[in-house]
Design a protein around this ligand. Structure first.
Ligand SMILES: [Zn+2]
Length: 364
C-alpha cells in the first residue's frame, strides 16, 4: 500500500507516538563503565585528551564505582597503570597489582557491581606491546650496521651521509622484532587467574593473541574458577581511534605498532573467523572494538552468533564528540545518546562506554 494511503509521518507526530513505536531502547543495564586505576591516594587526574575521564587511585576508584552503581550502571571494567613496568608484565599478574588492589577494594564496598578485568600486557610491559617481544634475526644486526656505518667525517656532507646511514640501520633493527604468540599465552592465563583470585567477576582478554581464550579458560578451570565467564575482545581492530586511551593507560608501544596482532580494518570475514575461534575456545561473551567505525561488524556478528555481544565505544569516539561539543559544533547530549543508540541498533547488547554515567543520568 503506497502513498497516499501509507504516510510514515503519521507515527512521528508526537514524542509519545515516537516513543511507543521506537524499535531500539537504551537502558543503563547495557552499560559497562571503563576505569583507569593508578597508584597513590586521593589521585584524580584528568586525561588530557578525554575530558571527564580520570586516572584514579584505589580510594577514588571506589567512590567512582559507587557513583556509577548508584546511577544504575551494573558493571565496570578496570585498566591498570602500574608504578613499574618490565619485560614480563609483572604488574599484570602480581597479587598486589594495581587492578587486583582496586578489585578487592571495590568488591568490598559495592559487592553487587559486576567488575570486569581487562586482561592484556601492554600497560605493564616496558615496551608497551600486548605480548612478549622477541628480537628476530635481522637482515643485518644493529651492531653490524653501525660498524659498517663508521665513516670518517671530514665535512658536513659526509656527516649528513653518516647520520642517514645510522638512521637506516636503526630502522632495520627496530623492524626486527616479533610479538611472540604462544609464550604470551602463559602470562595472559596467569594474569586472568590472579584477577579472578582478587575477585574479578568477568575476565576480558583484549590482547588478540591466537589461542588466548582456550589458554585462559584452562588456567581459570585449573585454578578452580570454573564459574568465571570470559568476555573476549574477539574482533579488535588496529585503530587510530585508540589514541586517547594510550594516554589514559600509558600504554603506547615504544616501537612498531599493533598491526601484527590486532585486526586489519578492511576485513569483516576475518572478523567472523576471529569470533568463531573465540567461541570455539570457550568465550562466554564476545566483543567488537571500536564500535562506531565498525557498526557493520557488530551487525554481522549479531546475525551470526548467539552469544551476548558487546561493543566498545573507544576513547577516540568519545574524544571526537567531546571536542566538537566543546567547540559548540554539536549538541553533546544529543550526539552522545545517538551514538549509543546506533551501537545498540547495530546489535550490541552491552556497550563499554565512557559515557556510562552521563547517559545513565539522561535515562534515569
Ligand atoms: Zn594490549
Amino acid at each position: 500500500m503506497a502513498f497516499p494511503v501509507t504516510r510514515l509521518r503519521r507515527l512521528r507526530r508526537t514524542a509519545e507516538l515516537r516513543n511507543m513505536v521506537a524499535e531500539t531502547r537504551l537502558t543503563p543495564d547495557s552499560f559497562v563503565y571503563p576505569m583507569f586505576v593508578c597508584p597513590g591516594e586521593g589521585v584524580r587526574k584528568e586525561v588530557r585528551s578525554m575530558p571527564g575521564v580520570f586516572n584514579l587511585s584505589v580510594d577514588e576508584a571506589v567512590k567512582e564505582a559507587q557513583e556509577a552503581h548508584a546511577l544504575g550502571v551494573p558493571s565496570i571494567i578496570l585498566f591498570g597503570l602500574p608504578d613499574k613496568k618490565d619485560e614480563v608484565a609483572t604488574g599484570a599478574w602480581a597479587e598486589n597489582g594495581i587492578v587486583q588492589q582496586a578489585t578487592r577494594a571495590i568488591k568490598r564496598e559495592v559487592p553487587e557491581l559486576v567488575v570486569m578485568g581487562d586482561v592484556c600486557l601492554c600497560e605493564y610491559m616496558s615496551h608497551g606491546h600486548c605480548g612478549i617481544v622477541k628480537a628476530t634475526p635481522a637482515p643485518q644486526s644493529l651492531g653490524a650496521a653501525a660498524r659498517d656505518s663508521v665513516i670518517v667525517v671530514r665535512d658536513d656532507e659526509e656527516k649528513e651521509k653518516a647520520l642517514e646511514k645510522l638512521a637506516a640501520a636503526a630502522r632495520v633493527a627496530q623492524a626486527s622484532f616479533e610479538i611472540v604468540n604462544d609464550a604470551s599465552l602463559e602470562l595472559l592465563a596467569r594474569t586472568s587467574v590472579s584477577l579472578a583470585k582478587a575477585g574479578i567477576d568477568v575476565i576480558a582478554p583484549s590482547d588478540m593473541m591466537d589461542g588466548r581464550v582456550a589458554a585462559i579458560r584452562k588456567g581459570l578451570d585449573d585454578a578452580g574458577f570454573i564459574n568465571t565467564p570470559i568476555l573476549s575482545y574477539a574482533a579488535k581492530f588496529a585503530s587510530g581511534f585508540y589514541g586517547p586511551f594510550r594516554e589514559a593507560a600509558d600504554s603506547a608501544p615504544q616501537f612498531g605498532d599493533r598491526r601484527s596482532y590486532q585486526m586489519d580494518g578492511a576485513n569483516i570475514r576475518e572478523a567472523m573467523r576471529e569470533i568463531e575461534a573465540d567461541v570455539e575456545e570457550g568465550a562466554d561473551m564476545i566483543m567488537v572494538k571500536p564500535a562506531m567505525p565498525y557498526l557493520d561488524v557488530i551487525a554481522a556478528a549479531r546475525e551470526r552468533f548467539d552469544l551476548p555481544l558487546a561493543a566498545y565505544q573507544v576513547s577516540g569516539e568519545y574524544a571526537m564528540i567531546e571536542a566538537a561539543a566543546r567547540n559548540g559544533w554539536i549538541e553533546r547530549e544529543r550526539v552522545m545518546m545517538e551514538s549509543l543508540l546506533s551501537i545498540r541498533r547495530a546489535g550490541a547488547s552491552m556497550i563499554l562506554t565512557y559515557y556510562a554515567k552521563d547517559a545513565a543520568r539522561v535515562l534515569g
